[in-house]
Write a protein that binds this ligand. Structure first.
Ligand SMILES: [Zn+2]
Ligand SMILES: [Zn+2]
Length: 330
């Protein structure tokens, strides 16, 4: 079973639909009977094989508009081993080609915030939801904020680590600001090393070996010329302000990171254990409902766990009586 809308998992069907559509289109443009076109298709050996679709389905050829020998219309032994081998080889080849370009997307875990690719034609909205449970290798149950659940293939889900993303943006911002500030200090130091700070300076132009009354230079415009922060108190204050802002930003990022980490840990603890508890209860209480022919019906189990969890709304560990009554009134 494939997730709705995941036509990739239906490769065979999709390709048959494509072939059929092409046939009908060609028949239409050539003004021939589409039924004849389909009949011919069914009697033509499939590429890479020695049998036609009709032969594989009915073990014999069907009549066409061309005269055919009677012996050719006789039923032949069911699918020879050779045909099966060829079919397998073809499927293996197709699988190989597909896998050459296929790449596994990173798995999602419960609680991950995702967006679902819009299915309906014309719809552009990527609905937001959280992963309620993992059904199999690539299939997930997604719960939207309004409480609806959807089954989706990983391929149709985009993982938005909104919190992570915000943290990374802030980290980058802090790093940029810190770099700009360090650049400032570097330029000031360079200017300072060009000047001899130990000697007396003019308090107007900030150059050496004279005083204001005999100054013939222009007033120092910037700390980047003289390198003496003490003589540019406005700039000194501004730089200190920037420094404080960066420190505040870095502190908030650290807090956000800690918060996210503890939330993730708490989520794993609570949901991991609640889910496991409910799962054990369900299997113990209703084995005939969830286990058929010795194999567990994971889809039903996951759906019912999601239902129980939603009904409990995170109110502590589930008690057996409550879970039972919830399921029985469902
Ligand atoms: Zn001067
Ligand atoms: Zn100066």
């Amino acid at each position: 079973m494939s997730s709705p809308g995941n036509s990739k998992a239906n490769g065979k069907v999709e390709s048959a639909v494509k072939t059929a559509k092409n046939l009908l289109r060609k028949a239409l443009s050539a003004r021939t009977d589409p039924h004849i076109a389909i009949l011919d298709y069914r009697n033509t050996p499939t590429q890479g094989m020695e049998s036609s679709p009709a032969q594989r389905l009915m073990n014999r050829r069907t009549r066409t508009l061309l005269p055919t020998m009677k012996t050719l219309l006789q039923p032949r032994a069911p699918q020879s081993e050779r045909d099966v081998q060829q079919l397998n080889r073809r499927q293996f080849q197709q699988c190989k080609y597909y896998n050459q370009h296929a790449r596994d997307l990173p798995p999602l875990k419960e609680g991950d915030v995702v967006r679902m690719k819009p299915f309906h034609l014309g719809s552009k909205e990527w609905k937001k939801g959280t992963i309620a449970s993992k059904l199999d290798e690539r299939s997930y149950m997604v719960e939207t904020p309004d409480g609806d659940t959807y089954r989706r293939n990983r391929y149709h889900l985009r993982f938005i680590q909104e919190k992570r993303h915000a943290i990374e943006e802030k980290l980058a911002e802090a790093a940029d600001k810190r770099k700009a500030l360090e650049d400032c200090y570097r330029r000031i130091n360079e200017a300072a090393s060009g000047n001899n700070l130990s000697s007396q300076r003019c308090s107007d132009c900030h150059y050496r070996n004279h005083t204001v009354p005999s100054c013939q230079m222009e007033k120092c415009e910037s700390v980047f010329f003289c390198g003496e922060l003490a003589r540019h108190p406005d700039k000194k204050m501004k730089l200190q302000e920037q420094k404080n802002k960066i420190i505040a930003l870095e502190t908030s990022v650290t807090k956000l990171e800690q918060d996210l980490r503890s939330r993730e840990a708490a989520f794993d603890r609570v949901h991991g254990s609640v889910k496991k508890l409910v799962e054990d209860m369900l299997l113990e209480e209703y084995p005939e409902e969830y286990v058929q022919n010795n194999s567990r019906n994971w889809l039903k189990i996951q759906q019912d766990i999601a239902f129980v969890k939603k009904s409990l709304q995170g109110n502590g560990p589930p008690r057996r009586e409550i879970v039972k009554s919830l399921l029985e009134t469902k």
